[in-house]
Design a protein around this ligand. Structure first.
Ligand SMILES: NC(=O)c1ccc[n+]([C@@H]2O[C@H](COP(=O)([O-])OP(=O)(O)OC[C@H]3O[C@@H](n4cnc5c(N)ncnc54)[C@H](OP(=O)(O)O)[C@@H]3O)[C@@H](O)[C@H]2O)c1
Length: 249
């Protein structure tokens, strides 16, 4: 797909990875609707920064766990741009609960993490699918994690949510072809994100040292891969691991 002048919705645009995804899109001429939940000032400042690179970029508030908020957000994007070519399901939530602490993984927390990380991407896809089909083209990229491929990460709920995102990607590729391609990235630990800041420093250090390349994952590498998935006309249902060599998928 020729990316110049396409329109992308990127959830979690104020997050450590989301910012880099939006910048990479802007560098490729993609117009951006950056979705944030709480960080209005930051989102508006970032949208201005990306606009300087050329494409039109706007920040839109929405809690992407709520179907009505998602619909209102998509309506705003359509009013502003008139189309949606790309959806990146990047927003997510984590909270550390050691795997062995089953009592600490309450039903409330389990539901919160599954809603934010697995159900929300599905709800966002449902809100844009008809638009993309009508346009005759679309690209969806989900953000998984290596925690979805091996029992790793901040909690069992987080790992299971990301495993779900990976299989959801394959199922949606079947559901949305031939008009829409759906792919996922599965990053390892990235520095400069709020999620990583919430992890115990010794866990981050151990994971990084255990990687074959012995370094954290570069957010810009992940962002560039997302751009390539959107450019590709022949890739769907795939999951690309970017983890410096931890999980061999
Ligand atoms: N960090 C890592 O090492 C790592 C590794 C593997 C995978 N990942 C995945 O990469 C993605 C990005 O992670 P990150 O670490 O960059 O995240 P982050 O820095 O914690 O940022 C989270 C972003 O999501 C937004 N958000 C959260 N809940 C939302 C909701 N209900 N509605 C709308 N927006 C919401 C936040 O908006 P506000 O700022 O407005 O609150 C923020 O923009 C996630 O899918 C994560 O699971 C991260």
């Amino acid at each position: 797909m020729e990316l110049k002048d396409t329109v992308a919705i990127v959830t979690g645009c104020t997050g450590g990875l989301g910012q880099r995804i939006c910048r990479a899109f802007a560098e490729n001429g993609v117009q951006i609707a950056g979705i944030y939940q709480h960080s209005r000032e930051q989102a508006e400042a970032l949208a201005k920064e990306w606009s300087v690179l050329g494409p039109r970029c706007v920040a839109i508030q929405a809690d992407v766990t709520l179907p009505e908020a998602i619909q209102a957000m998509v309506d705003q994007v359509m009013a502003a741009f008139g189309r949606v070519d790309i959806l990146v399901n990047n927003a997510a939530f984590n909270q550390t609960v050691p795997f062995k602490d089953l009592d600490g993984l309450t039903l409330e927390l389990w539901n919160k993490i599954l809603l934010a990380n697995l159900t929300s991407p599905l709800l966002c896809v449902k809100a844009v699918a008809a638009i993309m089909r009508k346009q005759g083209r679309g690209r969806i990229v989900n953000i998984g994690s290596i925690a979805g491929l091996a029992p790793l990460g901040s909690s069992i709920a987080y790992a299971v949510s990301k495993a779900g995102v990976i299989h959801l990607t394959r199922c949606l590729a079947v559901a949305l072809g031939p008009e829409v391609a759906v792919n996922a990235v599965a990053p390892g630990t990235m520095m400069g994100t709020r999620m990583t800041a919430k992890l115990a420093p010794d866990l981050v250090e151990r994971t990084t040292k255990a990687a074959a390349l012995q370094k954290p994952v570069e957010r810009d590498d992940v962002a560039r891969q997302i751009v390539e998935f959107c450019r590709s006309d022949s890739t769907t249902g795939q999951v690309l691991v970017l983890d410096s060599g931890v999980v061999y998928h």
